[in-house]
Each structure stands twice: as structure tokens, then as C-alpha cells.
Design a protein around this ligand. Structure first.
Ligand code: FAD
Length: 368
């Protein structure tokens, strides 16, 4: 069995970024992904401007820009009664865009491959065994045995980048208890004529809807609500956007769960696997990219001989700092979407004085 320096489970933005940086530092890197790419993923498809520095360091910022995408000049908040407030978004080369996850994630995966990571798609990881456990006799310095459907891998470091929900995490008791309070549905539908370069965040009595153009033909449509409200939300979307009743939707749950500590001796958790944030503010991809990069830096340092505990402490510090000053806005957004009437109240208040909503938007959608 070949022994890798690092095995990464999940090739979303977090896993592919971590794999790309590990491979670029000449670590023997294996990236295991359940799906065959390109694949869609339940997401609003909005790329926060904070993502651009990591994309530049990955050497793919221009490639991202050359993929079909939607430019986002403004965000339109709509209250339950239909009243609107429009807030301008930053402009320029590194502004917010919307891009299909099938294209974006595939580009990241290919970048990891290009830099030397060994990529196995359609390779669902079914079990993880830590060195020292009774059934696993570690060869050389391999600390982890990673069982995928057709193959077994051994690695010194394991990175959990499997997103918000993973059978393997649950099997290994690594997943905190999810809060099954809400579900999200997502589809790409025909872009309504004259939709414009805006992202819409619309409060509805049963939840909310996010809408963003991902190119000049398609609109990303998300619906978020309690499981019992989803049929009402779907009926609203069918009427609003003239959708067929058999419209195909992707679905995901939970929308919230407790964070896990992102670093232990030889295992790291990154992206949604470490911390799930409220999707309303569209920041999850940024946290995934950045935490993937930070974990790769820490692993490279340890493998090159830096003291393990100080590298882990430093990783934990910068990982926490990444959320600093952003998390409270995300929590406020969560309160607003858990109670759409409260969210609508904010929109009404912003119609009288929009400065607070502008400030919150500017703090969330900002270049680093
Ligand atoms: C409704 C909604 C809207 C959102 N909108 C936005 C937005 O507009 N902007 C934004 O920045 N963020 C948004 N997010 C959040 C964003 O989607 C996530 O934060 C981001 O995808 C996290 O990336 P990740 O790499 O951690 O995980 P993921 O993107 O979930 O990738 C995890 C990967 O791991 C694979 N995997 C899982 N289990 C296994 C296994 N056992 N073996 C092998 N592979 C496995 C999966 O197939 C998947 O490819 C939204 C989320 C939701 C729910």
C-alpha cells in the first residue's frame, strides 16, 4: 500500500484547495471524492470578493473569471410584502460574481491534479482507522488507514473536507449532532428576462429565497425553510418563475450544526466539515478556500520538521481569526432568516434609513 503524506476526503473548495497547496509543496497527496465531477452542489453560487486572494495564490483567478459567470452589482432585499431595498456591491475585477459550482469546483479539482495531487473520483470513503487502533497495523509512519469503495490508502495526515454531512464522519463519531431545523432546495432555471446584475434575497412567510444569475441564460434559485414549509415554498417558486411542477431540485440538510475543533494531532477539519455558517450571507466558499490553504500550510510545516504542537496552535489561531469580525453578522442574518417576519422588519427599517443594512452588506461582501 502506497503511503501518502496527506489524504484528503472530499473535493469541494476546501479539499481541492488543501490538496493543491499540499501538492505544490511536493507532499504526496491523495484527494478522494465521492462524486464524478463536474457535479452541481446545493449553493447560491455566489463568490464573495474575499475569495480572490486565495484564488490568485492558487494561480487560477484569471481562469475563474474566464468561466461563464454572472456579474453582481447589487443586492436586493425583498420583505414579505414585496417592499424592496437595493444595496450596491463593490465593483472592479475582484468583485462578487455568481458561478455554477459544477464549473468552479471542477476547476479547483483540476488545479489540484495539475499540481500533482493524486485524485480519485467516485471514491466514497467508507471508513477511517487511526493508527494504534486494534485493526490497523501502521506501516512506517502512516497514521491513518482510509478505506474507499475500491481501494485502501494510508497517510500520515488526514484532512476531513467532506462538507456539512458525511456518512464517514458519522461512522467515526466525528460529526456533531445536526440540527434538522431547515432544508434547502436549489435549481438552475431559465433566467427571467431583464433580471439584471443583482442578487435577490427575498423573505417569504415560510422562509426565504435567494436568486442570482450565473450566466446570461441561467438563474440560481434557492429556497430555504422548515421541512414542513417546503411544499409551500416550491409552489411559490413554480408560480413566481413559471416552473413546471416536475422541476428537478437538489436538496441539502442540515443548514446548521455545531462546529468541531479544526485540528488534532494528525487530523484537520476544513470548510463546512469544521464549521457550517448560515448560507444567507454567501461566505461558505471563502471559509472553505482559506481553511484549505491554512491546513496545507500547517501540514507542510510539520512534515518539514517544525514543532507539531506549535504548528497546530498557530493553525487553530489563524482558523479562528478568519471568522473574527464576520461571525456576528452571520448570526444576525441567521436570526433574520429563522424568523422571516423579523427579516422583513429589517427591510422595512432600511427603507427609512438604509445605512445599517449598507454597513452590514459592506462588511460581509468586501475584498480582503
Ligand atoms: C442553500 C445554500 C446556499 C449557499 N450559498 C452560498 C453562496 O452563495 N456562497 C458561498 O460562498 N457559500 C454558499 N453556501 C455554502 C457553501 O456551499 C459551502 O460552505 C461550501 O460548499 C463548503 O465547501 P466544502 O469544500 O467545505 O464542502 P462541500 O462543497 O460540501 O464539498 C464536500 C465534498 O466532499 C464529498 N464527500 C462527502 N462525503 C464523502 C465521502 N465519504 N467520501 C468522499 N467524498 C465525500 C462531497 O461529494 C463533496 O464534493 C451555501 C450553502 C447552502 C446550503
Amino acid at each position: 500500500m502506497e503511503i501518502f503524506d496527506v489524504a484528503i476526503v472530499g473535493a469541494g473548495p476546501a479539499g481541492s484547495t488543501c490538496a493543491a497547496f499540499c501538492a505544490a509543496a511536493e507532499l504526496r497527496t491523495v484527494l478522494l471524492e465521492r462524486e464524478k465531477f463536474p457535479r452541481e452542489k446545493v449553493c447560491g453560487d455566489c463568490l464573495n470578493p474575499a475569495c480572490w486572494p486565495a484564488l490568485r495564490r492558487l494561480g487560477i483567478a484569471d481562469r475563474v473569471r474566464s468561466l461563464p459567470h454572472g456579474r453582481l452589482d447589487s443586492v436586493e432585499f425583498i420583505a414579505i410584502g414585496g417592499q424592496k431595498v437595493i444595496v450596491e456591491l463593490p465593483s472592479g475585477e475582484e468583485s462578487e460574481i455568481a458561478i455554477k459550482r459544477s464549473l468552479f469546483d471542477n476547476l479547483l479539482l483540476n488545479r489540484a491534479r495539475e499540481l500533482g495531487a493524486e485524485v480519485h473520483e467516485e471514491s466514497i470513503v467508507t471508513a477511517l482507522t487511526r493508527g494504534g487502533s486494534r485493526n490497523w497495523t501502521p506501516k512506517a509512519f502512516a497514521n491513518w488507514k482510509v478505506d474507499a469503495v475500491a481501494q485502501t490508502f494510508a497517510a500520515q495526515f488526514l484532512v476531513g473536507a467532506y462538507g456539512r454531512n458525511s456518512t464517514v464522519a458519522r461512522l467515526c463519531n466525528l460529526l456533531p449532532r445536526p440540527e434538522r431545523e431547515r432544508v434547502a432546495l436549489q435549481a438552475h432555471i431559465a433566467l427571467p428576462r431583464g433580471f439584471g446584475n443583482r442578487v435577490v434575497l427575498q423573505f417569504l412567510p415560510e422562509g426565504y429565497s435567494g436568486q442570482a444569475p450565473v450566466n446570461d441564460r441561467d438563474l440560481n434559485l434557492c429556497l430555504v425553510g422548515k421541512p414542513s414549509s417546503m411544499s409551500v415554498l416550491r409552489a411559490w417558486a413554480e408560480k413566481q418563475f413559471n416552473l413546471p411542477t416536475d422541476q428537478a431540485w437538489h436538496t441539502i440538510t442540515p443548514l446548521t450544526r455545531a462546529p468541531v475543533s479544526p485540528a488534532h494531532d494528525n487530523v484537520f477539519f476544513i470548510g463546512d466539515a469544521a464549521r457550517v455558517v448560515e448560507p444567507f450571507t454567501g461566505e461558505g466558499i471563502y471559509y472553505a478556500l482559506r481553511s484549505g490553504e491554512l491546513a496545507a500550510n500547517a501540514i507542510v510545516k510539520i512534515i518539514r520538521g517544525q514543532d507539531r504542537q506549535s504548528a497546530l496552535r498557530e493553525f487553530a489561531r489563524v482558523h479562528a481569526a478568519m471568522y473574527c469580525g464576520r461571525l456576528w453578522i452571520n448570526r444576525l442574518a441567521r436570526a433574520a432568516v429563522l424568523s422571516p417576519r423579523l427579516g422583513s422588519f429589517f427591510v422595512h427599517a432600511a427603507r427609512i434609513d438604509s445605512s445599517i443594512l449598507k454597513l452590514l452588506t459592506a462588511k460581509t461582501v468586501r475584498p480582503l
